[in-house]
Design a protein around this ligand. Structure first.
Ligand SMILES: [Cu+2]
Length: 487
C-alpha cells in the first residue's frame, strides 16, 4: 500500500472527515475577534504581547494555547495607508519567536521573518510603514523550525489595511455587524477534547491536517445574525497545510478582493480554492434569503485529496441568519479598483524555483544542522537547497519587474513571497480563476509551472533578507524555503 492508498483507506474506514456535522447540534455563536482600530490616529506605541494561554474552543475542554494580547490568536488590527504603526512586540511564550507581517510591502528589516528573532522576555519594536492599498493581511510566527507549531498553537492575527477609496467605497463596513473577519483553521482535538499537534513522518510529508474546522477560535459550525442587506466576509485560511474549497449553501460567492486588495470588479464563483495563507473578501446577499451558510468541502476536490474521493463532503463552517434590521442597502459595485492586466513584457529577469519534497541523503544531515525541522522525514528544499539562514539564494535589483516560475517535484504546494504583491500569469500551467487575477502574494502549483509577475520596491539587505517559501508550514520548517535580497 503506498502513501496515498493508505490515506484513502484510513480516511474511508474511520470516516474522520464525516464526524463534524453529525456530532454538532446547535451552532455556537461566531466569536467576533476584538479589533484595534488605528485608522482614526495613532498616539502611542501599539503593544502586541505573545504569551501562553488556555482556551475553550467550545467543546468544554481547556486547551493549552498561545495568543497575542488574547488567550488564543491575536487581535484584528485596522490601519490606514499612509500611517506608520509603532509596534512593541513582547515575547513571553517561554521560547524564541518572531512576528512576520504577511502581505505587507515593507523593508526586510521590519518584515519579521526568521532573522528578526525576539528572545523570550524581550521586546521587538519595529515601526511598520503602511504604504499599500486596502487589503487583508495577517501576522504570524515565522521562527525558523518552529513556525508550524507556534502558529498552530495560536500566534496569528489579522491586519486590515484601509485607504481613502476603501473607506468611502459603497460596501458593508460596520465591523461585527455586516463586516466580519473569519480566521479559518483545522484542528485535531484528542480524546479529552484538548487541541493537539502531533507529527509523524507521514504527517510531515503532507503537512498537519486536522479533522475539525475552527472559526475565530470556535469549533464549526458557528452562527451569526446579520441585518437584511449585503454582508462582507474577510476570510483568512490560517490552516497549517489544508487547502479549503469554500462555497455557499445557496447561490454563489461574490468575490471582491484577494490577498493584495480589491479585484477590478466583483467575480461570481461557485466555489473558491484557498491555500494556507490566502485571503479573499466575499459579499453574501442577505436581502432576499432568511439563512445561508458558508461551507467547506472536506471530502474531495481540494488540496492533497484532489480527485481521490468521488463525492463532496460539504461541512458548514458559518451559518448566517437574517434579522429584520435594515443593513447595508447598496448594491454590488460595478467597479472596485482600477486594475490593468499584468504585462509580462515588463519583466527583465526570469527566475525558476522547484519546490522539492526530497533532497539527497547527503543533504539531510546538513539540513538538520541548518535548523530545519523535519521530524523523522527527510529534508525538503527549493532548487536542491534546504533553507540555510546564512546563505542568500537570490539577489534582486530594487525596482526590477521579474517573472518567477515555480514548479514542484511532487504534490500540491502554496508558494509565498515576502515584501510584495504580484499578479499570477499562470497557475499549474493554466489561466488562474478570475477571482485570483488581482493582487496576490500566494500562488499554488501542482502540475507544470505557476508563473507570477512581481516587482520589488523595498530594500532587503543581506542581514535582513526576504523569504520565499511553501506555506504548508511543516514544509517551510523542513527547509522548503529560500532567501533573497533586494538592493
Ligand atoms: Cu509544500
Amino acid at each position: 500500500m503506498n502513501r496515498r492508498q493508505f490515506l484513502i483507506a484510513s480516511a474511508a474506514s474511520t470516516s474522520a472527515f464525516g464526524t463534524i456535522a453529525v456530532t454538532q447540534t446547535a451552532p455556537r455563536p461566531l466569536p467576533v475577534i476584538p479589533i484595534t482600530d488605528l485608522t482614526g490616529g495613532i498616539n502611542m506605541r501599539v503593544p502586541l504581547t505573545l504569551a501562553p494561554g488556555t482556551h475553550d474552543f467550545g467543546n468544554g475542554a481547556v486547551s493549552q494555547t498561545l495568543g497575542i494580547n488574547h488567550n488564543y490568536l491575536g487581535p484584528v488590527i485596522r490601519a490606514k495607508q499612509g500611517q506608520t504603526i509603532p509596534f512593541d512586540v513582547t515575547n513571553n511564550i517561554g521560547d524564541v519567536s518572531t512576528i512576520h507581517w504577511h502581505g505587507l510591502h515593507i523593508p526586510g528589516d521590519v518584515d519579521g521573518g526568521p532573522h528578526q528573532e525576539i528572545a523570550d522576555g524581550s521586546v521587538w519594536s519595529p515601526d511598520v510603514p503602511i504604504v499599500q492599498h486596502a487589503s487583508m493581511n495577517w501576522f504570524h510566527s515565522h521562527m525558523h523550525g518552529k513556525t508550524a507549531q507556534q502558529t498552530y498553537n495560536g500566534l496569528a492575527g489579522v491586519l486590515l489595511i484601509e485607504d481613502d477609496a476603501s473607506l468611502s467605497a459603497d460596501l458593508p463596513k460596520t465591523y461585527g455587524v455586516d463586516d466580519f473577519t473569519l480566521v479559518l483553521q483545522d484542528k485535531i482535538f484528542n480524546a479529552s477534547g484538548r487541541m493537539s499537534y502531533e507529527l509523524t513522518a507521514e504527517v510531515f510529508e503532507d503537512g498537519f491536517e486536522g479533522d475539525t474546522m475552527v472559526v475565530n477560535g470556535a469549533i464549526a459550525p458557528v452562527s451569526q445574525n446579520v441585518p437584511t442587506g449585503l454582508v462582507r466576509l474577510r476570510i483568512l485560511n490560517a490552516c497549517n497545510a489544508r487547502f479549503l474549497e469554500l462555497s455557499m449553501r445557496t447561490g454563489t460567492l461574490t468575490v471582491i478582493a484577494s490577498d493584495g486588495g480589491f479585484l477590478s470588479s466583483a467575480v461570481e464563483a461557485e466555489s473558491i480554492l484557498m491555500s494556507p495563507g490566502e485571503r479573499y473578501e466575499v459579499l453574501v446577499d442577505m436581502r432576499n434569503i432568511d439563512t445561508n451558510a458558508l461551507q467547506v468541502n472536506l471530502g474531495g476536490g481540494a488540496g492533497l485529496f484532489a480527485g481521490l474521493f468521488g463525492g463532496d463532503q460539504l461541512t458548514t463552517v458559518l451559518t448566517l441568519a437574517r434579522t429584520a434590521d435594515q443593513g447595508f442597502t447598496g448594491a454590488i459595485p460595478d467597479q472596485l479598483a482600477n486594475l490593468a492586466p499584468p504585462r509580462a513584457t515588463d519583466a527583465t529577469v526570469t527566475r525558476s524555483f522547484e519546490l522539492q519534497m526530497d533532497v539527497g541523503a547527503d543533504l539531510v544531515a546538513l539540513a538538520m544542522a541548518w535548523e530545519n525541522f523535519c521530524g523523522n522525514a527527510g529534508a525538503m528544499a527549493i532548487n536542491g537547497q534546504p533553507m540555510k539562514m546564512d546563505r542568500i539564494d537570490e539577489t534582486v535589483r530594487k525596482g526590477d519587474t521579474e517573472i518567477w516560475r515555480i514548479s514542484v517535484d511532487d504534490q500540491l504546494h502554496p508558494f509565498h513571497i515576502h515584501g510584495c504583491s504580484f499578479r499570477i500569469l499562470s497557475q499549474s500551467g493554466a489561466e488562474p480563476p478570475a477571482y485570483a487575477q488581482g493582487w496576490k502574494d500566494m500562488v499554488h502549483v501542482e502540475d507544470g509551472w505557476s508563473e507570477v509577475l512581481v516587482k520589488f520596491d523595498h530594500e532587503a539587505p543581506p542581514d535582513a533578507p526576504y523569504m520565499y517559501h511553501c506555506h504548508i508550514l511543516e514544509h517551510e520548517d523542513c527547509g522548503m524555503m529560500g532567501q533573497f535580497t533586494v538592493t
